[in-house]
Design a binder for this molecule. Structure first.
Ligand SMILES: [Zn+2]
Length: 219
Protein backbone atom coordinates (compact mmCIF):
# COMPACT_ATOMS: atom_id res chain seq x y z
CA UNK A 1 0.00 0.00 0.00
CA UNK A 2 1.47 3.32 -1.00
CA UNK A 3 2.90 5.44 1.76
CA UNK A 4 1.27 8.61 0.45
CA UNK A 5 -2.22 7.32 1.26
CA UNK A 6 -1.14 6.16 4.72
CA UNK A 7 0.24 9.64 5.39
CA UNK A 8 -2.93 11.30 4.05
CA UNK A 9 -5.07 9.19 6.43
CA UNK A 10 -2.70 9.83 9.35
CA UNK A 11 -2.69 13.55 8.59
CA UNK A 12 -6.52 13.70 8.59
CA UNK A 13 -6.60 11.78 11.90
CA UNK A 14 -4.17 14.30 13.43
CA UNK A 15 -6.21 17.27 12.16
CA UNK A 16 -9.45 15.82 13.60
CA UNK A 17 -7.76 15.42 16.96
CA UNK A 18 -6.26 18.93 16.90
CA UNK A 19 -9.63 20.42 15.96
CA UNK A 20 -11.27 18.67 18.92
CA UNK A 21 -13.69 16.67 16.77
CA UNK A 22 -12.55 13.38 18.34
CA UNK A 23 -11.53 12.34 21.85
CA UNK A 24 -9.93 9.20 23.27
CA UNK A 25 -10.12 6.51 20.61
CA UNK A 26 -13.51 7.48 19.11
CA UNK A 27 -13.82 8.42 15.45
CA UNK A 28 -11.86 7.19 12.48
CA UNK A 29 -10.56 7.99 9.01
CA UNK A 30 -9.98 5.81 5.97
CA UNK A 31 -8.66 6.30 2.45
CA UNK A 32 -9.06 4.19 -0.66
CA UNK A 33 -6.64 3.30 -3.45
CA UNK A 34 -8.21 0.94 -5.99
CA UNK A 35 -9.62 -2.09 -4.16
CA UNK A 36 -7.69 -1.44 -0.94
CA UNK A 37 -8.60 0.73 2.03
CA UNK A 38 -6.29 2.16 4.70
CA UNK A 39 -8.10 2.64 8.02
CA UNK A 40 -7.41 3.58 11.62
CA UNK A 41 -6.87 0.61 13.93
CA UNK A 42 -9.31 -0.04 16.76
CA UNK A 43 -8.44 1.29 20.20
CA UNK A 44 -5.17 3.19 19.60
CA UNK A 45 -5.14 6.75 21.04
CA UNK A 46 -4.66 9.51 18.44
CA UNK A 47 -1.46 10.90 19.92
CA UNK A 48 0.21 7.47 19.64
CA UNK A 49 -0.76 6.62 16.06
CA UNK A 50 2.08 5.90 13.63
CA UNK A 51 1.81 5.25 9.84
CA UNK A 52 2.55 1.53 10.35
CA UNK A 53 -0.34 1.20 12.85
CA UNK A 54 -2.88 1.83 10.09
CA UNK A 55 -4.56 -1.30 8.78
CA UNK A 56 -5.00 -2.15 5.11
CA UNK A 57 -8.13 -4.13 4.24
CA UNK A 58 -9.74 -5.15 0.97
CA UNK A 59 -13.33 -4.15 0.15
CA UNK A 60 -14.61 -7.36 1.81
CA UNK A 61 -12.85 -6.46 5.07
CA UNK A 62 -10.00 -9.00 4.91
CA UNK A 63 -6.85 -7.61 6.55
CA UNK A 64 -4.10 -7.33 3.90
CA UNK A 65 -1.47 -5.45 5.94
CA UNK A 66 -1.11 -4.58 9.61
CA UNK A 67 -0.92 -6.26 13.00
CA UNK A 68 -3.79 -4.42 14.68
CA UNK A 69 -7.54 -4.89 14.32
CA UNK A 70 -9.21 -2.41 11.96
CA UNK A 71 -11.73 0.10 13.42
CA UNK A 72 -15.09 -1.38 14.46
CA UNK A 73 -16.67 1.01 11.94
CA UNK A 74 -14.85 -0.64 9.03
CA UNK A 75 -17.99 -2.35 7.56
CA UNK A 76 -19.70 1.06 7.24
CA UNK A 77 -16.62 2.59 5.56
CA UNK A 78 -16.36 -0.33 3.12
CA UNK A 79 -20.04 -0.13 2.20
CA UNK A 80 -19.57 3.55 1.31
CA UNK A 81 -16.60 2.71 -0.95
CA UNK A 82 -18.43 -0.18 -2.59
CA UNK A 83 -21.51 1.95 -3.30
CA UNK A 84 -19.73 5.15 -4.33
CA UNK A 85 -16.76 4.60 -6.67
CA UNK A 86 -15.88 8.34 -6.68
CA UNK A 87 -15.25 8.39 -2.91
CA UNK A 88 -11.59 8.19 -1.87
CA UNK A 89 -11.78 9.16 1.80
CA UNK A 90 -14.21 8.67 4.72
CA UNK A 91 -14.28 10.32 8.17
CA UNK A 92 -16.42 9.39 11.16
CA UNK A 93 -16.68 11.43 14.37
CA UNK A 94 -18.89 11.99 17.40
CA UNK A 95 -18.27 15.76 17.18
CA UNK A 96 -20.56 17.44 19.69
CA UNK A 97 -22.78 19.79 17.70
CA UNK A 98 -23.30 17.46 14.74
CA UNK A 99 -24.19 14.72 17.23
CA UNK A 100 -26.76 17.01 18.90
CA UNK A 101 -28.66 17.12 15.59
CA UNK A 102 -28.15 13.36 15.13
CA UNK A 103 -29.60 12.70 18.61
CA UNK A 104 -32.62 14.82 17.79
CA UNK A 105 -33.04 12.97 14.47
CA UNK A 106 -32.95 16.35 12.75
CA UNK A 107 -31.32 17.17 9.45
CA UNK A 108 -28.90 20.11 9.59
CA UNK A 109 -30.55 23.08 7.82
CA UNK A 110 -28.62 25.32 5.45
CA UNK A 111 -28.26 28.47 7.55
CA UNK A 112 -24.82 29.43 6.21
CA UNK A 113 -23.45 29.96 2.71
CA UNK A 114 -20.52 27.72 3.63
CA UNK A 115 -22.80 24.70 4.04
CA UNK A 116 -24.57 25.58 0.76
CA UNK A 117 -21.20 25.88 -1.04
CA UNK A 118 -19.91 22.46 -0.09
CA UNK A 119 -23.02 20.30 0.11
CA UNK A 120 -25.76 22.00 -1.94
CA UNK A 121 -28.48 21.17 0.61
CA UNK A 122 -29.25 20.19 4.21
CA UNK A 123 -27.22 17.40 5.83
CA UNK A 124 -29.57 14.37 6.02
CA UNK A 125 -29.98 12.12 9.05
CA UNK A 126 -30.04 8.31 8.99
CA UNK A 127 -32.42 5.89 10.67
CA UNK A 128 -31.16 4.24 13.87
CA UNK A 129 -28.45 1.68 13.16
CA UNK A 130 -25.92 0.08 15.54
CA UNK A 131 -22.30 1.33 15.31
CA UNK A 132 -20.29 -0.45 12.62
CA UNK A 133 -23.41 -1.63 10.81
CA UNK A 134 -22.94 -1.73 7.06
CA UNK A 135 -26.45 -0.24 6.76
CA UNK A 136 -24.85 3.10 7.69
CA UNK A 137 -22.87 2.89 4.45
CA UNK A 138 -25.96 1.95 2.45
CA UNK A 139 -27.94 4.90 3.84
CA UNK A 140 -24.94 7.14 3.24
CA UNK A 141 -24.98 6.23 -0.45
CA UNK A 142 -28.77 6.68 -0.69
CA UNK A 143 -29.22 9.91 1.23
CA UNK A 144 -26.18 12.09 0.47
CA UNK A 145 -25.92 14.26 -2.63
CA UNK A 146 -23.31 13.39 -5.25
CA UNK A 147 -20.28 15.67 -5.20
CA UNK A 148 -16.79 16.25 -3.89
CA UNK A 149 -18.11 16.50 -0.30
CA UNK A 150 -20.79 14.33 1.30
CA UNK A 151 -22.13 14.05 4.86
CA UNK A 152 -24.72 12.05 6.80
CA UNK A 153 -25.76 12.50 10.42
CA UNK A 154 -26.08 9.05 11.98
CA UNK A 155 -29.02 8.97 14.36
CA UNK A 156 -28.14 8.80 18.07
CA UNK A 157 -24.48 8.35 17.15
CA UNK A 158 -22.49 10.97 15.21
CA UNK A 159 -21.60 11.87 11.66
CA UNK A 160 -19.98 10.26 8.59
CA UNK A 161 -18.44 12.38 5.86
CA UNK A 162 -16.79 11.41 2.59
CA UNK A 163 -14.86 13.06 -0.19
CA UNK A 164 -12.71 12.52 -3.20
CA UNK A 165 -9.64 12.35 -0.93
CA UNK A 166 -9.23 11.86 2.85
CA UNK A 167 -8.52 15.64 3.08
CA UNK A 168 -11.93 16.35 1.48
CA UNK A 169 -13.71 14.09 3.97
CA UNK A 170 -11.82 15.94 6.74
CA UNK A 171 -12.92 19.32 5.36
CA UNK A 172 -16.52 18.08 5.19
CA UNK A 173 -16.34 16.96 8.85
CA UNK A 174 -14.95 20.34 9.95
CA UNK A 175 -17.58 22.34 8.03
CA UNK A 176 -20.48 20.15 9.24
CA UNK A 177 -19.39 20.55 12.86
CA UNK A 178 -18.91 24.32 12.50
CA UNK A 179 -22.30 24.67 10.78
CA UNK A 180 -24.02 22.56 13.44
CA UNK A 181 -22.52 24.78 16.15
CA UNK A 182 -23.72 27.93 14.35
CA UNK A 183 -27.17 26.39 13.89
CA UNK A 184 -27.38 25.41 17.57
CA UNK A 185 -26.39 28.89 18.76
CA UNK A 186 -28.58 30.70 16.21
CA UNK A 187 -31.64 28.66 17.25
CA UNK A 188 -30.84 29.43 20.88
CA UNK A 189 -30.89 33.19 20.24
CA UNK A 190 -33.67 33.42 17.68
CA UNK A 191 -35.34 31.86 14.67
CA UNK A 192 -32.83 31.63 11.83
CA UNK A 193 -34.09 31.33 8.26
CA UNK A 194 -32.65 28.57 6.11
CA UNK A 195 -31.23 29.86 2.80
CA UNK A 196 -33.93 29.31 0.09
CA UNK A 197 -33.24 26.13 -1.92
CA UNK A 198 -32.77 27.98 -5.24
CA UNK A 199 -30.12 30.23 -3.63
CA UNK A 200 -28.47 27.15 -2.11
CA UNK A 201 -28.25 25.62 -5.58
CA UNK A 202 -26.75 28.82 -7.05
CA UNK A 203 -24.11 28.97 -4.32
CA UNK A 204 -23.29 25.31 -4.74
CA UNK A 205 -22.99 25.52 -8.54
CA UNK A 206 -20.79 28.62 -8.29
CA UNK A 207 -18.56 26.93 -5.74
CA UNK A 208 -18.18 23.82 -7.90
CA UNK A 209 -17.35 25.78 -11.07
CA UNK A 210 -14.89 28.08 -9.27
CA UNK A 211 -13.22 25.06 -7.78
CA UNK A 212 -12.92 23.58 -11.28
CA UNK A 213 -11.18 26.73 -12.54
CA UNK A 214 -8.80 26.82 -9.58
CA UNK A 215 -7.92 23.21 -10.19
CA UNK A 216 -7.11 24.00 -13.84
CA UNK A 217 -4.99 27.01 -12.99
CA UNK A 218 -3.18 24.96 -10.37
CA UNK A 219 -2.15 22.72 -13.23
ZN1 LIG B 1 -18.96 6.09 16.18
Amino acid sequence: MDRELRLAVLDALGELYKAGLVTGTSGNVSGRAGDLVVIKPSGVPYEKLKPEDLVVVDLEGNVIEGNLRPSVDTPAHLEIYRALPDVGGVVHTHSVYATVFAVLGRELPVYTTELADLFGGPIPVSSFLPPGDRGIGLEFAQKTRPGRYRALLVRSHGVFTAGTMPADALKAALIVEHSAKVAYLAELLGTPNPIPPDEVQKLHQRYISEYGQRKESDG
